[in-house]
Structures are given as C-alpha cells and as structure tokens.
Design a protein around this ligand. Structure first.
Ligand SMILES: C[S@@+](CC[C@H](N)C(=O)[O-])C[C@H]1O[C@@H](n2cnc3c(N)ncnc32)[C@H](O)[C@@H]1O
Length: 308
C-alpha cells in the first residue's frame, strides 16, 4: 500500500510539473495580467499563479519604475475585472462568454455564483485552465465553467462555444483587440455580431477607451503630469512581452462607432460602476487616491455593444 501511494504521489507530481511547464508556451501577456491581479490582492489570481509556478515576469530588477507601474496596472486590471462582473450581476446575465481572457479569475467567481461561463482561449491556455479548475475551483465553478479552444477569428469555433449556452449571453472582451491585426480584429467583430444576432445579449469592452481610461487611472494615482509617461511605459512593457508593436488605434469615439456600424453593431457608453466599488487594492491606496479612483469609476469607459 505504501509503495502504491508513493508511486501515485510521484505520478501526480510529474503530471503537475508537466502541466505547469506547458504554461511556458502560453501567451505571456496572460501571465503578466495575472501578476497584476495577484498584486492587487485577488485571491483567485494568486491561486492561478501559485499553481502554474512560473517566476513573475516583472520586478524591480528588470523594470524601471516598477512600483508605479505595478500599482497602476494592478488597479487598472482590478477595475476591469470587477466592472465586468458587476455588469453581469446587475443585468442578471446567466450566461457569459469570457473571450481570450487567459486564465480567468472572474470565470471562477461568476461560475461559483451559478452562472455558466464559457471561456474562449488558445489550446494551451485551455489545457491549463481546465487543470486549474480541477485543482482549486469550487464544486459550482467546476460545474459551470469550461474552456473552449478557438481562435477569435474562427467563426464556427466561436459560434459552437456560444451554442453551448442557453439564452442571452454577455460577452466580455478586454485587452485583446489591441494585439490583433486589422483583418483578425475585423473577423472577430463579424463573428461577435453573428453570435449576438443569434443569441441576443451584448458585448462589453473598455478597449475603445483604453488609452484614455488607462491614462486617467494613472492620473488618479500619480497625477495628470505623470500619467502619459506611465501609459507609454506600460505600452513598452507589453510590447516587450508581445515581441511586436501594439496598435492603440480606434481610440477616437466617432471612428470606433463607425467601425462597429460597418460590422452591424452599435454601442452605448456606460459608467464603469453604478456605485463606488469595494476593491481589493484599496488597502494599498491613500485616502486621496481612493477618492480619485471613486471619481474614475463613475466615468463612461465601458461600451455595451449590441447587434443592429
Ligand atoms: C492580455 S491577455 C487578455 C486579457 C484579458 N482578456 C483580460 O480581460 O484581462 C491576451 C490573451 O489573448 C489570447 N489570444 C491572443 N490572440 C488570440 C486569438 N487570435 N484568438 C484567441 N485568443 C487569443 C492569449 O492567449 C492571451 O491569453
């Protein structure tokens, strides 16, 4: 019996290491996002990072201005995560598609609330995502969350994932568009329009305002003067991770609305939060920063996109 247990333990250890190693192949931006969410104090992000067991990407030794960048990015990521969850709750969506969200702390939380969450990601991320669900997902999360492997430009793949949900769907898309080539982004929006036409519901994103929204987030923490520098430093940091230039186009409202119209979609702008949120990161902020962040959360950075 002792020998059997030892063999089982060894096999489990090897399997765990193999799964963790696979994460090296995953888009690194996914890991960086988790790093910021973990630093904000999101327990689910901390659990993902612990499990995949990779060295953190950025630290004070390899990133100039690390402290300010960490706080700004952590706040921005937590606001994004919590705002999307609040929107889903307030509009009582039972079905969520979390698009290209990497390992998804919010899917764990929304799934635990009894909502169905289909996470759409690349194959490698899906494998790790399913493993993490088994490892630390609650019973409800394990039942309600699944990772579907498809490219955002894959029409049939996205629709198949949507069809696994019954009823109207809230699609969350954040922080992905900026990485996509024009033709891929256009195809993604065509696919999204088809899903919304068939299933009803909406797509929420802050990607069309991300430049202003991120800059305002930095200003809330470190003042207007420093904010453009923090935006540029963050962009350079992600370009290093991505290994290519990041386009921050479609940041002009009229241009973005036109773009959506050409893809059969329309948008309305809503505040990030309807009331001041309770944020994990608050413990790291001064009272003046908290007040500035509360003002920020009332701004219309979130776009609710529906089919025309
Ligand atoms: C920065 S992360 C996304 C952040 C996340 N959406 C959020 O809300 O914080 C980018 C993710 O997009 C995924 N990805 C990139 N290109 C993709 C594509 N063409 N199709 C599907 N997933 C893609 C990567 O695997 C990566 O996990």
């Amino acid at each position: 019996m002792k020998k059997f247990l030892a063999v089982m333990m060894f096999a489990l250890m090897i399997a765990t290491q193999a799964r963790a190693a696979e994460f090296e192949m995953v888009e690194y931006s996914a890991q960086v996002k988790l790093q910021w969410l973990a630093a904000a104090g999101i327990p689910e992000a901390q659990k993902f990072l612990k499990l995949i067991d990779r060295p953190v990407f950025f630290n004070a030794d390899n990133l100039q201005d690390f402290e300010r960048l960490e706080l700004t990015n952590s706040l921005y990521q937590e606001l994004n995560m919590q705002a999307a969850m609040e929107f889903v709750r307030e509009n009582n969506y039972k079905n969520v598609m979390d698009l290209a969200c990497s390992l998804s702390p919010r899917a764990m939380i929304l799934g635990d609330e009894g909502r169905k969450v289909a996470v759409g990601e690349l194959q490698t991320v899906c494998l790790i995502g399913d493993w993490c669900l088994e490892e630390f997902g609650s019973k409800k999360a394990v039942k309600n969350v699944w990772y579907d492997a498809y490219w955002l430009q894959d029409k049939a793949g996205m629709m198949k994932s949507a069809d696994s949900l019954k009823g109207e769907v809230c699609i969350i898309e954040q922080g992905v568009m900026i990485y996509l080539a024009d033709d891929v982004r256009a195809q993604m929006y065509e696919n999204l329009r088809d899903v919304l036409k068939k299933h009803g519901g909406c797509l929420i994103t802050s990607d069309f305002t991300q430049k202003k929204y991120f800059t305002d987030t930095a200003a809330a923490l470190f003042g207007e003067q420093n904010a453009p520098t923090l935006y540029n430093e963050t962009k350079a940091m992600y370009e290093k991770v991505f290994g290519d230039k990041i386009a921050d186009d479609l940041q002009d409202e009229q241009e973005a609305m036109e773009f959506l119209k050409t893809h059969g979609l329309t948008a309305r702008k809503v505040p990030l939060f309807s009331k001041p949120p309770t944020l994990h990161i608050s413990g790291k902020l001064t009272p003046a920063q908290i007040q500035a962040v509360n003002e920020l959360t009332r701004k219309d950075y979130l776009w609710v996109i529906t089919a025309l």
